[in-house]
Design a protein around this ligand. Structure first.
Ligand SMILES: [Fe+2]
Length: 164
């Protein structure tokens, strides 16, 4: 599509997030399987459930806006998830891989937070408060997921350091 207005940019970035979230739903089960720490595995499993809701919220938004969710592949997320998958391939299962998985997952969260922060601001500008609320709810969950990973990393990184 050609982007000529803030409304167009808004839809384009929502489609990008929709692609990103769908990619994450496929990656998280693999990351959970690769994790050794119970806390980390549970965090990935919990965030998978949240991510399914993020997909649904975006579908709700496309419905409200009367637009199709399709038409964009998020290359940024594809790259981030490829890097996470490389850790799984290259690092033996254990504490060091867990530390790498946390790092990869936090990159994903920060990328999403940047994306949701932007579209939430656009929705505010365009005066769509229902959409603002839906985007804010997801943004809050991404932030909480990131903070949870930071907390888990304190233990995991120390264990990984001792294992070396
Ligand atoms: Fe998400």
């Amino acid at each position: 599509m050609s982007v000529g207005s803030m409304q167009d940019l808004f839809i384009e970035e929502l489609r990008d997030l929709y692609s990103a979230e769908n990619q994450i739903t496929k990656a998280l089960p693999k990351m959970a399987k690769a994790a050794t720490s119970d806390n980390l595995r549970q965090a990935f499993e919990g965030h998978l459930e949240e991510t399914n809701v993020h997909v649904e919220r975006l579908e709700q938004i496309f419905e409200i806006l009367g637009k199709s969710s399709r038409g964009k592949a998020c290359e940024g997320m594809k790259g981030l998830l490829t890097e996470g998958a490389e850790f799984i391939k290259e690092i033996e299962k254990g504490d060091v891989l867990d530390a790498g998985l946390i790092s990869a997952a936090q990159r994903v969260e920060h990328y999403e937070m940047a994306g949701y922060g932007s579209v939430r601001a656009y929705a505010e500008l365009l005066g769509n408060s229902k959409v603002v609320d839906l985007l804010q709810a997801t943004l809050d969950e991404e932030k909480a997921a990131d903070q949870k990973l930071t907390k888990i990393s304190h233990t995991v990184n120390q264990q990984a350091q001792r294992a070396a």
